[in-house]
Design a protein around this ligand. Structure first.
Ligand code: PEP
Ligand code: MN
Length: 333
């Protein structure tokens, strides 16, 4: 349920109403706009009598919110959420670019890629240390040692870092990580999401291979319900009948999610298409559709990458793509 207050509502009236609502067993999320305050009610609102609320002096209108996602709902929070990582922003009109290797392999590799992507305009560095691989016999990532190397690259470049946490047992390594990624395969690991909701750290939540928008938003809701409102949604391709590409990029996710939610929405074309050749086209499409950011895999030696080499751009190819992306941004934003 959302309550729109009249323009002249006083602070005292707002406090009285908030107290009364909380006594009815719901929690509140207030958005104070220039002219109007909106109160979002979270919890069981079935006991609240809309007629009674409508009659209150400071109330302009009351609406029931049909969608099961509340904190993530744009109706609760009309303005875009901007996730700010020490000045590097995701959401709010700019374009965040998260770039780096699929997995951290050694010191030279991560430093080389970090310096290169920074030079080309990336705003965040990515790199996996705990890797969710389809085969248990594939490289599983450098684990804690990988995070150490990523932190070194962060220090050297000043780029904030994004890396995936697969299990809560790994949390001890994430103290200095700026953004925690929840991978597609873990999107509905609800226990993990609940625990991440208690942290004060942005969470990049990737859409599951077969998840609907509503399921993605409900997963975001799990994190937000714990008090952590810095959630970034990432469309990374879904599984369809098409086998030519690794997955199918669902570009509709950008405008649809941005209508449904105030959370930033980014696109990962690398995992969506799985082939370097098409990544620039998909990146441009994402920017044109209004995405808040891109996540791109870059490797200094893709042919010998331990993971996802076929979809990893070389630093030179990334640089060429970034020039086009920046030109498009200037033209349309
Ligand atoms: C990744 O970003 O490295 C990754 C494994 O992504 P996804 O969870 O989308 O497959
Ligand atoms: Mn990868």
């Amino acid at each position: 349920m959302i309550i729109l207050l009249k323009e002249n509502a006083s602070e005292q009236q707002l406090n009285d109403l908030s107290r009364w609502l909380e006594e009815q067993g719901v929690s509140l999320h207030a958005t104070k706009g220039l002219h109007q305050t909106i109160l979002g009610l979270i919890g069981d609102t079935s006991r609240i009598d809309i007629g009674q609320v409508m009659q209150m002096e400071i109330v302009e209108d009351v609406k029931r919110v049909q969608e099961p996602f509340k904190s993530a709902n744009r109706k609760f929070h009309p303005l875009d959420t901007v996730v700010d990582v020490s000045g590097a922003k995701i959401g709010g009109g700019g374009l965040a670019v998260i770039a780096g290797p699929c997995s951290i392999e050694n010191r030279e590799q991560i430093h080389c890629v970090a310096e290169a992507v920074k030079k080309s305009g990336a705003t965040f560095l990515r790199g996996g240390a705990f890797k969710p691989r389809t085969s248990p016999y594939s490289f599983q990532g450098m684990q804690g040692a990988g995070i150490e190397l990523l932190l070194e690259a962060k220090k050297a470049t000043g780029l904030p870092i994004v890396t995936e946490l697969m299990d809560l047992s790994q949390l001890e390594y994430f103290d200095d990580v700026d953004v925690i990624q929840v991978g597609a395969r873990n999107m509905q690991n609800f226990e993990l999401l609940k625990q991440l909701g208690r942290l004060k750290k942005p969470i990049l939540l990737k859409r599951g291979l077969m998840s609907t928008y509503q399921e993605l938003l409900m997963s975001a809701e799990y994190i937000m319900a714990g008090g952590n409102e810095d959630v970034i949604l990432c469309e990374r391709g879904i599984r369809t009948f098409e086998t030519y590409t690794r997955n199918t990029l669902d570009i509709s996710a950008v405008p649809v999610l941005k209508k449904l939610t105030h959370l930033p929405v980014i696109i990962d074309p690398s995992h969506a298409i799985g082939m370097t050749e098409f990544i620039p086209s998909l990146s441009l499409a994402a920017v044109a559709a209004g995405a808040d950011g891109l996540m791109i895999e870059v490797h200094n030696d893709p042919a010998h990458a331990k993971c996802d080499g076929q979809q990893s751009l070389t630093p030179a190819a990334f640089d060429a793509m970034m020039q086009k992306v920046m030109r498009l941004c200037q033209a349309i934003r």
